[in-house]
Design a protein around this ligand. Structure first.
Ligand code: ATP
Ligand code: MG
Length: 556
């Protein structure tokens, strides 16, 4: 009984997508599943996309299916190969492999033929109205639309005009191809939706072959269908598009892909729209797409997040059917969860004050063994040099300390981690009253491993001045001051909420062995947080980014 309870508790209940898939597989509707991740290559991927990637690739993995990467490149004006490359890199970094790399533009010929088929069936027509006339003609939610005067063109005329559109006879906006459905349909999207518009621009893959480009609603379902996508997963705002997705597939009598919607991921203290992220980059509010404060995958990677932590985050977030905002601290929790087990430890002082051991011989160096990772106490060790002059954190000393303050205070004792117990004997200040030196004595009998262990209440980290290296430490705060950026009033500039103090650059003093670390993953500065090496590092100077602190404010 108890065993059963335990098993049940460990077994996560299926999310609604897993339920659908399991039903489809057990009913024989599908033999195996195919999902796709369909980014538009018009920007860098963000943590919301990471959620979608983990979901699409994760479901296929779980059920022995496959996932295609399909670039939704139907708008030549905004798209670029720079984005294509970064997207592929980001997906690989997250640890996923696509079955096939496809492009919506691969299917332009097929989509064109299908458009002709719909014209022949009397289900599409060329409209000469202006964009504004079309908009007005569509009516409103409470008012039916009106038919275009061009709606009843003959099939022959439509075929001829559509061909001419393709051949470049018309200017942008002069003509469009529309589906002929119902101008008074309660779903506005059914009021003769646009299928093709004219854009005279070079496409990053098809060059100047086309000057007509398919609209999202006309392209997406058919692209899914061509690839036999069984479960086409997208975000909630597309639910009103689903009937139209089905309509085209139905009228063309092609493979019946199905669309399923889940809630998009929102995070506190950040924005996720590509347009806004692009604006932050273009106007130098951040240093680039990969600025460690950005919610982009490349930014998060540079910040020091691991693929494992992002995948764990995606799993913890789950699959919701209602929009919600996830606390940024869950992401941080996931990183700690991952790195606590794996990250090497080092001592680094970020806000130093000098500490002198008065009863220590000048020039004497003693080395202490410290585990690289205490979670693995028998694992590799590092050597930490102890000398007469040390740095400790300013915050670890307090002159008028309350009783419960267990770090260093006048006449008080602490242990310097991995080494001796010291006692504060004297405090030296400058003219302004700032502490510039703390003079202590050490207790030689308190050496770890030599004789009985003596306990004191506080243990602090430290470095030897002579044996430490100067490093640059970039400490970040939230990019915005407002947790719910999605709820700031319409019309108010989101940039008003930028946090002016989101970046602080410090000089840190690190134990020597830090410089020898491979930095394949981030490291932990003991008692401080997790840090990753920044690509701005040079052989002369190590630059690190603070990924997150150690304090765990988030409880699951
Ligand atoms: P944006 O609105 O920021 O431009 P997008 O949705 O247009 O983003 P696409 O490149 O079209 O970006 O998105 C590719 C896939 O990622 C789509 O299936 C989309 O639903 C999904 N996606 C985008 N943003 C999120 C998010 N915040 N949470 C979950 N999935 C997302
Ligand atoms: Mg999109």
């Amino acid at each position: 009984m108890e065993e059963n309870l335990k098993n049940n508790a460990n077994e996560r209940t299926l999310n609604f997508l897993e339920e659908i898939i399991e039903n489809d597989l057990s009913s024989g509707k599908h033999q195996s599943i195919i999902t796709r991740f369909p980014p538009e290559p018009n920007g860098y991927l963000h943590i919301g996309h990471a959620k979608s990637i983990c979901l699409n690739f994760g479901l296929a993995q779980k059920y022995g299916g496959k996932t295609n990467l399909r670039f939704d490149d139907t708008n030549p004006v905004k798209e670029d190969t720079e984005y294509v490359d970064s997207i592929k890199q980001d997906i690989n970094w997250l640890g996923f492999q696509w079955a096939e790399e496809r492009y919506a533009s691969d299917y332009f010929d097929q989509l064109y033929e299908w458009a002709i088929e719909l014209i022949k069936k009397g289900l599409a027509y060329v409209d000469d109205q202006t964009q504004e006339e079309i908009r007005v003609g569509r009516g409103t939610v409470s008012q039916p639309g009106t038919n275009s005067p061009y709606r009843d063109r003959s099939v022959e005329e439509n075929l001829k005009l559509f061909q001419e559109m393709k051949e470049g006879k018309y200017k942008e906006g002069e003509k469009v191809l529309r589906a002929k459905i119902d101008m008074s349909h309660p779903n506005m999207l059914f009021r003769d939706p646009l299928m093709y518009r004219i854009i005279h621009a070079s496409h990053h893959r098809t060059g100047d072959k086309w000057c007509i480009y398919p609209m999202y609603d006309y392209a997406h379902g058919q692209c899914d269908s061509i690839e036999n996508i069984t479960h086409s997963i997208c975000t909630l705002e597309f639910d009103v598009h689903r009937p139209l997705y089905d309509w085209f597939i139905d009228k063309l009598e092609i493979f019946p892909s199905h669309q399923y919607e889940f809630a998009r991921l929102n995070l506190t203290y950040t924005v996720m729209s590509k347009r806004k992220l692009l604006e932050l980059v273009r106007n130098n509010y951040v240093s680039g797409w990969d600025d460690p404060r950005m919610p982009t995958i490349c930014g998060i990677r540079r910040r020091g997040y691991t693929p494992e932590s992002i995948r764990l985050f995606a799993e913890k977030v789950g699959v919701a059917k209602r929009d919600n905002v996830i606390d940024l601290s869950l992401l941080e929790w996931c990183l700690r969860e991952d790195l606590n087990k794996r990250a090497n430890r080092y001592m680094t002082v970020l806000n130093p004050v000098k500490l002198v051991i008065t009863n220590w011989e000048d020039g004497k160096v003693e080395y202490f063994d410290a585990p690289l990772n205490p979670e693995n106490p028998d694992g590799p060790k590092r050597k930490v040099a102890f000398t007469k002059e040390l740095y400790i954190e300013r915050e670890d000393f307090m002159e008028d300390a309350p009783k419960k303050y267990f770090r260093l205070k006048p006449d008080g004792e602490v242990r310097l981690k991995y080494s001796y117990i010291i006692k504060c004997e004297e405090v030296i200040k400058d003219e302004d009253g700032n502490v510039i030196e703390i003079r202590c004595t050490y207790d030689p009998t308190s050496k770890p491993g030599a004789g009985p262990w003596r306990s004191v209440k506080g243990t602090i980290h430290w470095v030897s001045i002579e044996h430490s290296k100067e490093i640059e430490v970039r400490v970040f705060d939230r990019l915005f001051t407002e947790p719910y950026m999605g709820s700031i009033p319409e019309g108010e500039d989101y940039k008003n909420y930028l946090n002016p103090n989101s970046l602080e650059v410090k000089t840190g003093y690190a134990e020597e062995d830090l410089l020898k670390d491979s930095f394949e993953i981030g490291v932990q500065f003991e008692r401080t947080g997790y840090f990753a090496k920044d690509p701005d590092s040079t052989p002369e100077k190590l630059v690190v980014n603070k990924t997150t602190g150690l304090k765990d404010s988030f409880k699951l």
